[in-house]
Design a protein. Structure first.
Length: 158
């Protein structure tokens, strides 16, 4: 059980740390195109063909050419279109719940399943001992009944 909790803790720490390879100071257009949502069609800019998406792409290209960082471009687009333009919520404040809650729920579910499996494996009923079979393969008779049968057979034989 301790191993399981340790494994869940390590996985949560790795997921929280994030393994993104994005460059903050020198973002590429392809990276940024995936980070923003078109306000008209609610898809990422890379998939959108709306006129507003074209204007947003042009703005992003201008900002990259001007040497803006990813966070500066984020701030400019959020100022113009609101926080809904971001494909992923920021990892701060109340929005942090959107990142942490699924991980916590997954960890709780894993622990609950592990506990349930452990209880179910311990709660197996003991198998009932098999009754000894008589010579003919059928269950043995009740001892009292067998004594009575022997008495009756002895009475007819003798």
């Amino acid at each position: 059980m301790r191993r399981l909790l340790l494994l869940v803790g390590v996985l949560l720490a790795l997921a929280a740390a994030g393994c993104g390879g994005e460059d903050e100071q020198n973002p590429t257009f392809a990276e940024l195109e995936k980070r923003y949502i078109c306000p008209t069609c609610h898809t990422t800019l890379e998939l959108s063909s709306a006129p507003i998406a074209d204007r947003m792409r042009a703005f992003i290209r201008e900002r990259i050419a001007a040497g803006d960082s990813r966070s500066e471009i984020d701030a400019a687009l959020v100022d113009n279109f609101g926080e809904g333009v971001l494909a992923a919520p920021p990892k701060s404040g109340f929005n942090l719940l959107a990142w942490v809650l699924p991980l916590v729920a997954g960890g709780i579910a894993i622990v609950a399943v592990a506990i349930a499996l452990r209880r179910w494996s311990k709660a197996r009923p003991e198998p009932e001992p098999a009754e000894p079979a008589s010579v003919n393969g059928r269950p043995a008779l009740d001892p009292e009944l067998e004594r009575r049968v022997d008495d009756e057979l002895a009475r007819f034989e003798g």
